[in-house]
Design a protein around this ligand. Structure first.
Ligand code: C5P
Length: 300
């Protein structure tokens, strides 16, 4: 086998409840991940060395040195297998870079699955998931996709049963936001307000909406504790969210740490109309539609 290609979805967080800051610099979360139909492709080609190339939307913003999460994933898997494997990773991006949609995590998950196949290691999913968790809090979810609750720092997953398909509009902003910076801003806002930070709890109305496939109820239950921080760092997002509400989105929120905003629509047609209306106001760089849930990292 000289080349293997894996397709990996983006995610939106339908609930992101952020608990107190932990001693290790992370926050305990209740993070309800939902995989949506925007996919990066990670191709692993036989090579003597470890290298990565990136093409597609805002590819120039992705580092191609050792800080690239897909390279780190390949290296971690080779180390686990105890061999000095090489690979040339070719990443084709559709997920917004540093957009709060787990694009970097998707590429790491894709690299794990692709290299596991290319190198013929055959490591079981449970072991790949452990390597994934060491790479980043969102990487395990990118492996499995669907809809799942992440606790701990988001890496301890339990899959959720959902019904039907939810239709989304994503509004992509210019440039990205650093996840670490957004969490720091969240801490700063909380400290300044003297607010007691509660232990995060799963939203029962949100779970019920997912279980019954009730888009209207899901729209009402969407919550993201990082949103005030993302809005503080990027004031223009308030207008983006406002445009969604104005044009009848069932719910609007910043996706993860942002700056992508996600809007829930009633159906595919409503999503297409909403995407066109929001794009027409010029409050974001571009809009696209997507549906979820979709499966995780998969060989193509
Ligand atoms: O795990 P990952 O490398 O994706 O996290 C990026 C940054 O986001 C962390 O360095 C940390 O600042 C912040 N983070 C956090 N609490 C979490 C997950 C991420 O504070 N549960």
């Amino acid at each position: 086998m000289s080349s293997v290609t894996v397709r990996v979805p983006a995610k939106v967080n339908v609930q992101l409840s952020v608990g107190p800051l932990r001693d290790d610099g992370y926050h305990d979360l209740v993070n309800v991940f939902h995989a949506v139909s925007i996919f990066d492709e990670v191709e692993a080609r036989e090579s003597e060395r470890l290298s990565v190339r990136v093409s597609g939307e805002s590819a120039e913003l992705v580092p191609v040195d050792d800080s690239n999460l897909a390279i780190q994933a390949a290296r971690a898997l080779a180390k686990h297998a105890g061999r000095a494997y090489g690979v040339d990773l070719v990443i084709r991006k559709a997920i917004p870079v540093a957009g709060g949609m787990a694009g970097g995590s998707a590429d790491a998950a894709g690299a794990l699955v692709a290299c596991n196949e290319l190198w013929g290691i055959g490591l079981p999913l449970d072991d790949l998931m452990e390597i994934a968790a060491d790479l980043g809090s969102d990487v395990p979810f990118s492996m499995i996709g669907g809809t799942a609750i992440g606790t701990g720092r988001g890496e301890q997953l339990s899959e959720l049963e959902t019904n039907g398909t939810f239709h989304w509009v994503l509004a992509v902003a210019d440039g990205g936001l650093s996840t670490a910076t957004v969490y720091r801003e969240c801490d700063r806002i909380r400290e300044a307000s003297g607010e007691q930070v509660a232990w995060p709890q799963v939203s029962e109305p949100l779970l019920a909406a997912l279980r019954t496939g009730d888009a209207r109820a899901l729209g009402d239950a969407l919550v993201n504790d990082l949103q005030p921080a993302a809005l503080m760092l990027r004031h223009s997002l308030a207008r983006t969210l406002e445009a969604g509400r104005e044009f009848g989105a069932l719910g609007s929120l910043v996706s993860g740490s942002g700056p992508t905003c996600a809007f829930l629509a009633a159906d595919a047609e409503h999503a297409a109309d909403l995407a066109a209306a929001i794009a027409g106001t010029g409050v974001c760089r571009s809009t696209s539609t997507a549906y979820g849930p979709v499966g995780g990292a998969q060989l193509v």
